[in-house]
Design a protein around this ligand. Structure first.
Ligand SMILES: *[C@@H]1O[C@H](CO)[C@@H](O)[C@H](O)[C@H]1NC(C)=O
Ligand SMILES: *[C@@H]1O[C@H](CO)[C@@H](O)[C@H](O)[C@H]1NC(C)=O
Ligand SMILES: *[C@@H]1O[C@H](CO)[C@@H](O)[C@H](O)[C@H]1NC(C)=O
Ligand SMILES: *[C@@H]1O[C@H](CO)[C@@H](O)[C@H](O)[C@H]1NC(C)=O
Ligand SMILES: *[C@@H]1O[C@H](CO)[C@@H](O)[C@H](O)[C@H]1NC(C)=O
Ligand SMILES: *[C@@H]1O[C@H](CO)[C@@H](O)[C@H](O)[C@H]1NC(C)=O
Ligand SMILES: *[C@@H]1O[C@H](CO)[C@@H](O)[C@H](O)[C@H]1NC(C)=O
Ligand SMILES: *[C@@H]1O[C@H](CO)[C@@H](O)[C@H](O)[C@H]1NC(C)=O
Length: 814
């Protein structure tokens, strides 16, 4: 039986290898009479090195194919050219190099889908060159000897050795996986300038450029640029007629011997050069395209023209994201015209009309929502000055044409639809007030449960992993390459999912930006210190929210961030701000000014769980178990219900605060990423919280959410016993380390010893035992044995049975 299965496996594997070989056949010259059919299994014409291939690629999630050229030697077969982006071909379509030298893409009915522009001469053969250029060669009078070449008809990408001549153009695609013509162009104009501009679709009327290379000749035509060269060494530059060059690539560049290079006009209008290592280094999974440089520097602000909708289309605004790429958002009360393409602008959900009912007071109908640092500099405008915020607000409310009022530098700009060229500019102070129908104002709960795609990938990995463990050595040998492929692609997917852009939503979260001076005043010069932890020092402060009321807040001054985190600061605090749970401390605002990074939280009036538990009297047992459950729910929420998973990394009683009603609220979550680097992982920051730290921190194994489960287990025992995990001064040495002692007591069925001075707990032995068992499950040395927080909650609540936990550290001396 086993050998039978094995044989089948072997045959399947051989077939797999053979299929690889079959489609890897390297053609150098494609002779007349050759053809390829569009299907997932179709072969391709490869360049002699195998770096590039020409053939059909399926469009993601569609039964349509592109005739394309791609990088064939990397896992992500990145397209560099496509013939029929506007007109993808159905399965069964065919590209023919006919005996009479025609080159035609036709659909299964024989209708021509695409063919190259007519050229003089007779085709003798076609070839996929090692540069990525696909050529038709024949009795040409061209110096290159080619009748037609893909390098002369680029789509959105250029490659080393490719040259754009005057009049040459790149055209962006609609979006990552829609290859129709998009809204952005790169052109080398007859005046010598290389420009980037948006266009009106479908007329392709070109709007003002948002990048200009300044290589026009002016009165000296010889100084004008006439070629854009992507040279063999990977540099891109403009050549002037007098032979001078203007570098576009700046700085040094990784060698083309070891790296693939490409430059693409992205679907979001940013022209970017990327590099990708050719052969993956052994054992590394991190081979992806990395950005070398891009233009323009800030597309959100550089698009200036009065016409066209800007980067993001009308009624939206643009935020500069990572790698110089824009992120588009709709105004509150608006939705994307095309939810699948956020660069096409937004429409108002409920159209605001001018002939509204005169008996209705606009103040009853509308309210103003604030967006900080957001501007529409080119939209139709009605300026008033000097005007303060109150006057500006009421003027906009009373003006039925006004949808947005922007207040900047003491001027109130009232704007009507359509709004164009919206952008967030953090360097400019000012804010936009959006007029919203009151009925549309939603409660702003923005922490969505995730659909769980990443989890599925991990499940695949685990499945494959267990296959691997279960199989024979030889079988493993056969499986390893497959697993490597699966692991590789899953890894990338997971990476991508984790990078979901949260930057864009900073505005929706109602986070209030503060200046350092604001906070210095609020804390009276950082006078009253509330606490001090691994991440920074907390001070008490008072914010005057209106003239009559004020709010007490806790202002946390962060320690120096890990250098790389500087950029991520806003992303991380946005993720924090989006959390909304009754067992989490709420973030109200932040300050990012010069070297200062401060966070403003709700003030928790009843101190920390540590002072509550380890004080002089033993707190109420019921209250404690309630807190234990609440904390578990808070952690579960961070792990499973936020759009980006948050691992706390520092769960301990000092980080649990108690509000007015003694509800336990977790603080300091979301900061670990900003303040810990690999070094702190093994020493400094961790030392302070020794005793709560999962053992894997000290090994070079990956860290996941299970580290919080471990810390929670320790915390739970402390809540049960009202004592600290480590108490070296205990007379009885066995009692010094709580987690060891708790297991001993459990094993000896002497749980009463754990709660000696707590009659309430001793009278509730069943619950006590359940909680101790849950805690022991949580502190298992092997992370995979620890339950998820969800399971922890179910066990505490008694929804599921708690099985007998094994010894937490099976390999230690006891
Ligand atoms: C391709 O065909 C041309 C013309 O027949 C010939 O000169 C050239 O050597 C061929 N190249 C290869 C690699 O076979
Ligand atoms: C492949 O590369 C492109 C371009 O860098 C990227 O946008 C895309 O997400 C990648 N696909 C995968 C599966 O990694
Ligand atoms: C190529 O061949 C065709 C047909 O044989 C002939 O008419 C044409 O003049 C030739 N072109 C060149 C450039 O040699
Ligand atoms: C690409 O986008 C265009 C314009 O939005 C749309 O008409 C076309 O159907 C899309 N193509 C594919 C293959 O999804
Ligand atoms: C490519 O351009 C760079 C920058 O101008 C130059 O340093 C390099 O020598 C060029 N390489 C080749 C092969 O021309
Ligand atoms: C362009 O870049 C290359 C390589 O960095 C450098 O050697 C050259 O001097 C630069 N040329 C100009 C005109 O800046
Ligand atoms: C104006 O509002 C009143 C009360 O809300 C309503 O009864 C009346 O029909 C409205 N008139 C118009 C023209 O909408
Ligand atoms: C904002 O200021 C920083 C540093 O002063 C600068 O690098 C950045 O380009 C500016 N951004 C905008 C949009 O002006």
């Amino acid at each position: 039986m086993v050998t039978h299965i094995f044989q089948r496996f072997f045959i399947i594997w051989l077939l797999f290898l053979l299929s690889l070989i079959a489609s890897n056949e390297a053609y150098e010259n494609v002779s007349l009479g050759s053809s390829i059919k569009a299907s997932d299994r179709s072969s391709s014409w490869q360049s002699s090195s195998g770096d590039f291939a020409f053939g059909f690629r399926r469009i993601e999630n569609q039964n349509l194919f592109l005739l394309a050229i791609w990088f064939d030697n990397i896992p992500n077969k990145t397209l560099v050219w496509y013939a029929n982006g506007d007109n993808p071909a159905p399965e069964g379509s065919k590209i023919d190099l006919t005996l009479d030298g025609q080159f035609i893409l036709s659909d299964p009915q024989g209708v021509v889908v695409w063919k190259p522009q007519p050229f003089p001469g007779r085709v003798d053969y076609a070839a996929m060159m090692d540069t990525g250029n696909f050529v038709l060669a024949g009795n040409s009078s061209e110096p290159s000897g080619y009748l037609w070449e893909s390098f002369k008809h680029p789509t959105d990408t250029i490659l080393p050795t490719q040259v754009l001549e005057t009049g040459g153009m790149l055209s962006s695609r609609q979006k990552e996986s829609n290859y129709s013509k998009g809204r952005f162009q790169l052109r080398l104009l007859p005046d010598g300038n290389l420009v980037l501009n948006t266009i009106a679709l479908p007329t392709e009327y070109a709007y003002e450029a948002y990048y200009v290379s300044d290589t026009f000749g002016g009165s000296v035509p010889m100084n004008s640029g006439y070629l854009v060269v992507f040279n063999q060494t990977g540099y891109i530059y403009i050549v002037r007629r007098n032979g001078d060059i203007k570098n576009l690539t700046s700085g040094d560049i990784v060698p083309t011997k070891e790296f693939y290079h490409r430059a693409i006009l992205e679907y979001d209008g940013v022209f970017t050069q990327y590099a990708h290592r050719k052969a993956p280094r052994s054992g590394s999974l991190d081979e992806t395209w990395s950005r070398v440089w891009s233009i323009p520097n800030d597309i959100c602000s550089d698009i200036q023209g009065e016409r066209g909708g800007g980067t993001c289309g009308f009624n939206s605004y643009c935020i500069l994201g990572a790698n110089g790429r824009p992120v588009c958002e709709c105004l509150p009360g608006f939705s994307f015209v095309d939810p699948n393409n956020k660069f096409n602008g937004c429409n108002q959900d409920k159209v605001q009309q001018c002939e509204q009912n005169a008996s209705n007071n606009p103040r009853d109908l509308y309210e103003m929502r604030v967006l900080s640092n957001t501007f529409w500099p080119n939209s139709a405008n009605f300026e008033m000055l000097p005007f303060n915020e109150d006057k500006c607000t009421s003027s906009c409310l009373d003006d039925c044409n006004c949808v947005v009022a922007v207040i900047a530098e003491g001027i109130c700009h009232k704007k009507k639809l359509p709004l164009s060229n919206g952008r967030v500019n953090r360097n400019r102070s000012g804010k936009a007030l959006i007029k919203l129908l009151k009925s549309e104002v939603s409660p702003g709960n923005t922490c969505f449960p995730e659909a769980g795609k990443g989890k599925k990938d991990q499940a695949t990995l685990i499945l494959v992993g267990s296959l691997l463990l279960g199989g024979s050595v030889f079988l493993n040998f056969l499986l390893i390459p497959l697993i490597a492929i699966v692991a590789f692609s899953s890894y990338h997917k997971i990476q991508k999912l984790n990078r979901v852009s949260s930057l864009s939503t900073i505005i929706e979260t109602n986070l209030r930006p503060f200046t350092f001076e604001d906070l210095r005043l609020a804390t009276e010069g950082f006078k009253e210190e509330l606490g001090r932890g691994a991440f920074g020092t907390v001070y008490k402060g008072v914010l005057a929210s209106t003239s009559t009321s004020s709010t007490i807040v806790a202002v946390k001054q962060l320690n120096k961030l890990v250098q790389e985190s500087e950029k991520e600061f806003k992303t991380e605090i946005t993720a924090i701000a989006k959390t909304h749970h009754k067992n989490l401390v709420r973030l109200l605002g932040f300050c990012e000014e010069g070297p200062h990074r401060l966070l403003v939280y709700e003030f928790m009036s009843n101190g920390t769980l540590a002072s509550f538990l380890f004080g002089n009297s033993t707190p109420d047992w019921d209250k404690r178990t309630q807190m234990a459950l609440g904390i578990a729910k808070g952690i579960m929420y961070l792990h499973e219900e936020c759009s980006t998973q948050i691992i706390h990394c520092d769960i301990k009683p000092q980080n649990i605060l108690l509000d007015d009603s003694f509800t336990a609220r977790i603080s300091d979550f979301g900061l670990a990423k900003l303040l810990m680097n690999d070094q702190t992982r093994t020493n400094t920051a961790i030392r302070g919280t020794k005793g709560y730290v999962a053992p894997e921190w000290f090994r070079s194994t990956p860290i996941n959410a299970k580290v919080d489960v471990y810390s929670y287990g320790v915390l739970l025992l402390e809540i049960i016993c009202c004592r600290k995990n480590v108490e070296m001064e205990k007379e009885n040495e066995e009692e010094a380390i709580l987690i060891d002692w708790a297991y001993d007591c459990y094993k000896l069925q002497r749980l009463d010893k754990l709660v000696e001075n707590d009659e309430e707990a001793r009278n509730d032995m069943r619950r006590l035992e359940r909680l101790v068992m849950v805690a022991i499950w949580c502190i298992q040395e092997d992370p995979s044995l620890r339950p998820s927080m969800k399971k922890v909650i179910q066990m505490i609540e008694g929804v599921v049975e708690v099985s007998a936990p094994p010894c937490p550290s099976p390999f230690s001396s006891n």
